[in-house]
Design a protein around this ligand. Structure first.
Ligand SMILES: Cc1ncc(C[n+]2csc(CCOP(=O)(O)OP(=O)(O)O)c2C)c(N)n1
Ligand SMILES: [Mg+2]
Length: 576
């Protein structure tokens, strides 16, 4: 197992008799935790009392969902485990969307929840909820601590499980009497997970088989997901792609794994991916998937996906092999180790015909939009932000068109730079995620590029940013619509815009009321200056860009279509 800090016993176990709440705090500190997100309540008061003067940074969200997204984004931005605390009942229930978001994107989060007294469990006690039952499907693992003797071990196991193998959220439910009970530790606390095994190296024969196929391939494509970022394997990916001369396409979560300014980059594939990535995948003779899971937004119609290709799948999670698409050569293990070993056996090949075909597609169908309008195009706002931040900001997003335009028009150049809810597609993620990312990366520029309705869902967290002096920036691409819903209604429901329009508040006023700077931009000529001002602000700043209301995201692979059946290519061509 890879995690050093959790597999050995630490200081926390060496001292004299302590209350459970103190054991929790000492164990967290011993595990290297320095930041916690959390919200109090009755049955976590013993723990909060111990946190009163603990040497930890503590950020209180306005809603536990926000706290969970903050811990999640903190983990995505830092590579460490994010920690969130909530009380029983409503507090724990409010975590579920955040846990499901982290689960779908394989993000290491440890949630500690209070529970009613052990003797009351099952009595419908005040603020009792079956937290382990409710969160079982949205966590990698969860447990309830029934005896203070087990407390330190279960917390250490939670960190180990969350951060190793395919990472994910783990919840530990701690009844209030266990927090109060005293325990004298008998010294070293041993992890007791005999069935939890991580294969890290990858089978040498499988690696050689993969290398042989790659070396022979005329038309290969590397298809990279968020797993490469979790595995901190971006340097190995770059070395391999350059050594063997392979084109690289990425999922939404994989986007920041490969420098998009490099010629091998095909940008994002899938439903709103680039035409050149989608064509390349459909016409390749070999698809090399790394840390990706072939989800439906990527594959389109499964039967027609890369149907002439052999498929290599490198993944830490054996359960994801051949789950959606049948794989010819699986290699199970840590992407960092496997990519390095694989590169050793690869040879450089020109593949001139393949690369010239790809550059034809790139020339014909780049991501484009019509900027010859008086209205503000959302894509233009993103490009302007990309220019002024030199492509170097940490970007969080809402869900919908705003998220897809970020994926298309902000070019990323390093890992942990794009923080977005891919798997669950959680509206309301962007703002709390910006808070969590800024806490992890205090010196960097963090920008939430959000949709108006995504922002509506968690906007109270702006106050959390103000209170904690986190200078996050928020660009609301305010089209007045649930734009992605409207786009589907326009294309597939005869423009019947059923319930996809809601009135919005004045976001600059909202920002000011919450103690942030608020700017409204209605004219295209003001966009660049507003971005400049926003980037200079030392306090949280919200810019309400009143963008073109009925802009669509192109290209688009409609649900159930195969990747090469893209709509909107004629529109992209007509803008040339
Ligand atoms: C919590 C949640 N509820 C509903 C949805 C379904 N949904 C996906 S995109 C979208 C509209 C998003 O609107 P907005 O945030 O304004 O973004 P836009 O598409 O306009 O950029 C909706 C309702 C979702 N993804 N998440
Ligand atoms: Mg919108």
């Amino acid at each position: 197992m890879r995690s050093k800090s959790v597999s050995s016993a630490g200081k926390a176990s060496q001292s004299s008799e302590k209350a459970g709440a103190q054991i929790i705090v000492d164990t967290l500190i011993d595990l290297g935790v320095d930041t916690i997100f959390g919200y109090p309540g009755g049955v976590v008061l013993p723990l909060f009392d111990r946190l009163y003067d603990a040497p930890l940074r503590f950020v209180i969200p306005r809603h536990e969902q926000g706290g969970c997204h903050m811990a999640d984004a903190y983990a995505r931005a830092s590579g460490k485990v994010g920690v969130v605390i909530a009380t029983s009942g409503p507090g724990a229930c409010n975590l579920t969307t955040g846990l499901a978001t982290a689960m779908m994107d394989s993000i290491p989060v440890v949630a500690l929840t209070g529970q009613v007294r052990t003797e009351l469990i099952g009595n419908d006690a005040f603020q009792e909820a079956d937290t382990t039952g409710i969160t079982r499907p949205v966590t990698k693992y969860n447990c309830i601590v029934k005896d203070v003797e087990d407390l330190e071990r279960l917390i250490r196991e939670a960190f180990l499980i969350a951060s190793t193998g395919r990472p994910g959220p783990v919840l530990v439910d701690i009844p209030v009497d266990v927090q109060v009970a005293r325990h004298r530790s008998g010294g070293e606390v041993k992890i007791q997970l005999p069935g939890y095994r991580i294969r890290s190296k990858g089978h040498a024969r499988q690696i050689s088989a993969a290398a042989a196929v790659i070396n022979r391939s005329e038309r290969p494509v590397l298809y990279v997901g968020g797993g490469v970022i979790s595995a901190n394997a971006c340097a190995e990916l770059k070395a391999l792609a350059e050594k063997a001369h392979l084109p690289v396409t990425m999922t939404l979560l994989g986007l920041n794994s490969y420098d998009q300014s490099r010629p091998e980059s095909l940008d994002m594939l899938g439903m709103h991916g680039s035409a050149y990535a989608n064509y390349a995948v459909q016409e390749c003779d070999l698809l090399i998937a790394v840390g990706a899971r072939f989800d439906d937004r990527v594959t389109g119609k499964l039967k027609a996906f890369a149907s002439n290709a052999k498929i290599i799948h490198i993944d830490i999670d054996p359960a994801s092999i051949s789950k959606n698409v049948k794989v010819d050569i699986p290699v199970v293990g840590d992407a960092k180790v496997i990519l390095a070993a694989l590169a050793e056996e690869l040879e450089y090949r020109e593949r001139n015909r393949w690369f010239s075909k790809i550059s034809e597609w790139k020339k014909k169908y780049p991501f484009r939009y019509d900027n010859n309008t008086s209205s503000i195009k959302p894509q233009y706002v993103i490009e302007e932000l990309w220019r002024q931040t030199k492509g170097d900001a940490i970007i969080t997003t809402g869900v919908g068109q705003n998220q897809m335009w970020v994926a298309q028009f902000y070019k990323f150049n390093r890992p942990r730079q794009l923080i977005s809810s891919g798997g669950l597609g959680t509206m309301g993620f962007g703002l709390p995620a910006a808070v969590g990312a800024q806490v992890a990366r205090l010196a960097e520029t963090v920008v939430d590029i959000d949709g108006d309705h995504s922002f509506n869902m968690t906007m109270t967290e702006l106050r959390t940013a103000v209170e904690n002096e986190l200078p996050i920036k928020v660009c609301i691409l305010n089209n007045g619509y649930m734009g992605m819903v409207r786009q589907w209604q326009e294309l597939f429901y005869g423009r019947r815009y059923s319930k996809s329009y809601l009135s919005n508040p004045d976001y600059a006023d909202v920002a000011r009321a919450l103690g942030a700077v608020g700017i409204t931009v209605e004219k295209k000529a003001e966009v660049a200056r507003a971005v400049e001002q926003m980037l200079k602000e030392k306090v949280p700043c919200v810019v309400d860009f009143r963008v073109e209301r009925e802009e669509n995201v192109w290209p688009m692979v409609a649900a159930g279509k195969s990747l090469n059946e893209m709509d909107g290519l004629d529109i992209l061509e007509s803008m040339a």
